[in-house]
Design a protein around this ligand. Sequence first.
Ligand SMILES: Nc1ncnc2c1ncn2[C@@H]1O[C@H](COP(=O)(O)OP(=O)(O)O)[C@@H](O)[C@H]1O
Ligand SMILES: [Mg+2]
Length: 224
Amino acid sequence: MSEVKLEGVVKTYPGPDGDLTVLNGIDLVVGRGEAVSIMGPSGSGKTTLLHIIGTLLPPTSGRVYIDGVEVSSMGEGELALLRNRKIGFVFQFHHLLPEFNVVENVMMPLLIRGEEDAEEKSREILELVGIAHRVKFKPSQLSGGEKQRVALARALVAGPGLLLADEPTGNLDWKSSLQLIEVLKDLHRRLGFTLIIVTHNREIAEKWGKIYLLERGELKCCIN
Ligand SMILES: Nc1ncnc2c1ncn2[C@@H]1O[C@H](COP(=O)(O)OP(=O)(O)O)[C@@H](O)[C@H]1O
Ligand SMILES: [Mg+2]
């Protein structure tokens, strides 16, 4: 379980009409094992914020700490290692590799780490997300909800302390959305990772401890 801390995070993108400040001094602490959601209008910077927390994007200024270690000043090699060890990502689009089957896709992060029993661990987590009967299927042979559950399994198979989910139900119908969220709740209870989930949906946001609102560059707690 990881602790996340942001201090005065600013993100500015260069634009045709000058710089655009998307995040204007964000402070945030998410404790070990805590689950929080972030809502906000389209274009308010939710993905930017999640990418900065996940060390995929550097802040323009301010600091990001994961487990008390400042990551905002680390080099790319060190960050790649840290992401591989500590952070799982789930996006709106599943990003599964089309030429590999379900269990191969889930094994990938373990193979990259050179771990033994990659297949056994992958089958275990696929059992937990309810996809054990589809391990030999290719992504194209799965429903949208099943693909997202596989993506969730892949994000969690290496046991990250932090899971970042960016509108994971954004492409799903309501029934599949609820199913994915129930699976995520169950995994959070069992595995205890820290979770930050971005969602447009109030009902989904309310399933977690705190709801933050990102608007006009500022993050407000707790709108629930
Ligand atoms: N790489 C980029 N370069 C320039 N502007 C960007 C870039 N990425 C995002 N933006 C702008 O930053 C704002 C926030 O984007 P984003 O973080 O994707 O918001 P959200 O996820 O809340 O919809 C938008 O106005 C978007 O156009
Ligand atoms: Mg987004």
